[in-house]
Design a protein around this ligand. Structure first.
Ligand code: HEM
Length: 395
């Protein structure tokens, strides 16, 4: 029994390691080394690295660390959309922007959104599996994630091919940030490539900005008179933030449940779904690293961190310290929900991410039949490690 458990966890770990390595070999090396590092260390070229969940959350809550400036993701966005856009990532403008859309991201709003947009896709998925069909779950969740974010924005997506194209452009744009571990300064040719991808992501923004209703993000951008350029920047940000991470958590959690054999526990006791969702998010941590710029000298855990340096929180390492995927594991207070970040920039789409994972697991378990992974392939050269394909079939 114990031997079986060890083997199943080993298999799940190997599949996860393969995903991380295929997506970004440099990141995989960093995360593997990170498991052996202390809570806060300084590495040549990379700057400060944090592996402890409590310290990571402290830093994310500390205004001495900023998203804007070398090392923070706001620095990348500023290079694509200009300094005015970068100012959205800090201070009063950031708070104003979050409050613009807060009510669209509550638990209730997330349930309504996911049920309306993804419900028909989940019904179709159940029917296909019940008919004995083999389904590529990775393609299904790429489609549903893109439709969901487009719906929030108020952008029309004509069909599944258009949804997949939106997802692919976002994935390619995010992949341009590969290799920014040592510096967030982008080369001019990277900025040019990014411009073309932004155009394809924001093709429908003009129309949505003019006509979007009050319950769409672009409609609200118009009411605030943000202007089309900033609205395009926000659209790109939301499409990047809301598609890949969600899709990654969905397929990887389904694979983890299969590889560890814990789908059988879940099928026997559906009340474990909330735990399975939390464990899936914890173990996969789809945003495996969070970076910050050090805006002023500060002391953390007895170490002096100098202004203008950078800090990388290895959230994947920090979250996985609690142990392997286990759907009977109780809430881990040290980790809380670090996979969604913490502090001012805590993921705005956290409820959407939780609800869509819940609904997918419900769709897979309502028939009471276990699923089998028939074949799988990792996505290569992507910012968020994920499955390119995950073909499943029910028994
Ligand atoms: C499992 C899925 C998801 C994960 C793991 C995730 C993770 C994160 C993390 C770690 C951050 C903080 C980044 C930082 O502090 O530098 C973040 C921010 C954000 N996320 Fe998510 N996210 C997910 C899904 C979504 C979805 C579905 C949406 C929208 C529909 C979304 C929208 C956002 C936005 C707008 C921010 C920026 C918040 C701010 O800067 O104030 N996310 N997410």
């Amino acid at each position: 029994m114990l031997r079986g458990l060890v083997t199943e966890h080993g298999q799940a770990r190997r599949h996860e390691a393969r995903l991380l390595r295929a997506g970004n070999p440099a990141l995989w090396t960093l995360l593997t080394a990170g498991r052996l590092l202390g809570p806060l260390v300084r590495l040549p070229r990379l700057g400060w690295v944090v592996t402890d969940p409590v310290l990571a959350r402290r830093i994310l809550n500390d205004p001495a660390f900023s998203m804007v400036g070398e090392g923070g993701v706001g620095d990348l966005w500023g290079q694509l959309f200009g300094p005015d856009f970068a100012s959205f990532f800090a201070g009063a403008r950031h708070a104003e922007l979050r409050s613009l859309a807060r009510d669209l991201f509550t638990e209730d709003s997330a349930r309504l959104l996911v049920d309306r947009v993804q419900g028909p896709h989940h019904a179709r998925l159940r029917a296909r599996l019940a008919a004995g069909e083999e389904v590529d779950l990775a393609a299904v969740v790429r489609t549903t994630s893109a439709y969901t974010v487009a719906d929030l924005l108020g952008v029309a997506v004509s069909d599944d091919d258009a949804a997949l194209a939106l997802f692919a452009s976002a994935e390619r744009l995010a992949a341009l940030a590969l290799g920014t571990q040592a510096s967030t300064a982008l080369a001019p040719e990277v900025i040019a490539k990014a411009g073309a991808l932004v155009e394809s992501i924001t093709g429908g923004v003009g129309q949505a900005y003019r006509t979007g209703g009050p319950d769409t993000i672009l409609g609200r951008c118009r009411d605030l008179d943000l202007g089309l350029d900033l609205a395009k920047g926000l659209t790109t940000l939301l499409v990047i933030a809301g598609t890949e991470t969600g899709a990654s958590s969905l397929t990887r959690t389904v694979a983890l449940l299969h590889d560890t054999g814990q789908q059988h526990r879940l099928l026997a006791d559906p009340a474990l779904t909330a735990n399975a969702v939390r464990e899936g998010l914890r173990v996969t941590t789809p945003a495996p690293v969070i970076g910050r710029h050090i805006a002023r000298d500060t002391e953390i855990a007895g170490r002096r961190l100098r202004r203008d340096g950078r800090v990388m929180m290895l959230t994947y390492v920090a979250d996985n310290k609690a142990g392997p995927f286990d759907i009977t594991r109780a809430y881990v207070p040290e980790t809380r929900q670090l996979w969604f970040g913490a502090g001012r920039h805590l993921c705005l789409g956290a409820a959407v991410a939780r609800v869509q994972l819940t609904r997918l697991l419900e769709a897979l378990t309502t028939d009471g039949r276990p699923w089998r992974v028939v074949s799988r392939a990792p996505a290569r050269q992507v910012l968020v490690p994920t499955y390119e394909s995950l073909r499943i079939r029910t028994a």
